[in-house]
Ligand binder design. Structure first.
Ligand code: UDP
Length: 388
């Protein structure tokens, strides 16, 4: 029996499309490709410089979706093939960017180039060729909350108007130029404004996604295993690395910053709705996060310690965390976002999307993956110097 036709949120049949996915080999791209191959008839032109995270989709060539995914090893900085791929596709999704805080103050030029300059041709080719664009931005464009400027015990700090981040209302509040974290936020903000202007002046059909700390399997790298040993990934991978090595988790400046974490698989559902409901998603900027999963970084460390002990069967360290200064950990010019609660009104209204997975559940499945994937390699890496 033929499977029932797939329909969009308005009951219209969904036609198979071709998607040019730039940055398909990264954390988000790999999850997106996986679901597109398993659950839809869409085709993907996967553009990236690496493909390790999507190798399982590309090989063996006998995979049922083999004729629906093509990998193009292209650096979008300097490759004339990019425009041709965008022309071949119905939709372009741009995920390519440097988005790791350790890079913002140590590689500020690469950060600005990758988030603004390198994205420019993508926007231009989409606009000139009348192609739809889903551009990945960041919750960082909001910067600091209004409430962060109030005295610590001021009652208005508890008022959602002073901290909830709304796409169509909240200001973007960045720190001074020498705090180079904000170069990332500023580059992302300018590309958002440019895309918006292309929409207003030239009719570009766009959707902007602002991810709020999406986490899950395949995020970043474990230093010394599948990334440089001196590299500093984002907090999930930093803490996973510490747990795998039996080291205390490092809390930057007391671990007081607050974050909301959303499970990658929930977030990917939201992107799917955007892909398949263009009439509802075009012209929109969407927060994608989980306002119910808020913790301080210290609480995250405590929870990850507890969950890792459960999934690995190893008792937690007696002293599970240590404090480090941001200068020591990230170097000169680091700054932090204080609190990130996404407002969900727009995505709820347009796409009916809500995140489902609790922080405990998402950490349990993610740390189970980390343990299975890395524990043995870490054991060997630790044993090596002794053996030689
Ligand atoms: N952080 C930490 N220890 C680490 C790594 C990160 O305390 O080993 C903190 C970092 O200072 C920030 C938060 O964790 O307050 C989240 O950092 P991440 O790199 O994941 O990205 P961000 O949410 O800041 O963009």
């Amino acid at each position: 029996m033929a499977s029932p036709a797939r329909v969009d949120l308005d009951g219209n049949p969904i036609k198979p499309i071709t998607i040019c996915m730039i940055g398909a080999g990264g954390f988000i791209g790999s999850h997106l490709c996986e679901k597109l191959m398993a659950e839809t008839p869409h085709k993907v032109l996967a553009v990236d410089v690496y493909n390790d995270k999507i190798k399982h989709l590309l090989e063996p060539a006998s995979q049922p979706w083999a004729d629906r995914i093509q990998f193009h090893r292209i650096n979008i900085k300097h490759d004339s093939r990019l425009e041709g791929l965008i022309k071949m596709a119905d939709l372009t999704i741009n995920l390519a960017a440097i988005c790791t805080p350790a890079d913002y103050n140590t590689r500020p030029l690469d950060t600005i180039y990758s988030n603004f300059i390198d994205a420019l041709p993508v926007v231009k080719y989409c606009s000139e060729n009348n192609k739809r664009l889903i551009h990945f931005s960041t919750c960082e464009v909001y910067g600091k909350t209004i409430g962060s400027f109030l005295p610590k015990d001021h009652p208005l700090r508890q008022d959602p108007d002073f901290y909830v981040l709304k796409e169509d209302f909240s200001p973007c509040i960045f720190g001074p130029i020498e705090k180079q974290r904000w170069s990332y936020a500023c580059a992302k903000q300018l590309i958002e404004r440019l895309i918006y202007a292309e929409g207003a002046e030239n009719g570009l059909q766009f959707t902007i996604v602002r991810p709020f700390n999406w986490i899950g399997p395949r995020m970043d790298f474990i230093p010394g295993v599948d990334g440089p040993s001196e590299g500093v990934p984002r907090v999930l991978a930093c803490f996973s690395n510490n747990l795998l090595r039996g080291e205390p988790l490092k809390l930057v400046d007391g671990g007081q910053s607050q974050r909301t974490f959303v499970y990658i698989k929930d977030a990917i559902e939201a992107v799917f709705l955007m892909i398949e409901n263009p009439a509802r998603a075009n012209g929109q900027i969407f927060n994608v996060g989980n306002p119910n999963n808020e913790v301080t970084v210290r609480q995250l460390a405590e929870l990850m310690t507890e969950v890792y002990s459960k999934v690995s069967g190893q008792p937690p360290l007696e002293v599970p965390t240590i404090d480090v200064s941001s200068k020591e950990f990230y170097g000169e010019g680091y700054d932090d976002s204080d609190k990130r609660i996404p407002d969900m009104t727009i995505i709820n209204k347009q796409l009916g999307w809500n995140p489902k997975t609790s922080l405990f559940d998402l950490l349990e499945s993610t740390l189970t993956y980390q343990h299975r994937t890395y524990a043995e390699a870490i054991k060997q890496a630790i044993a090596k110097p002794v053996a030689s």
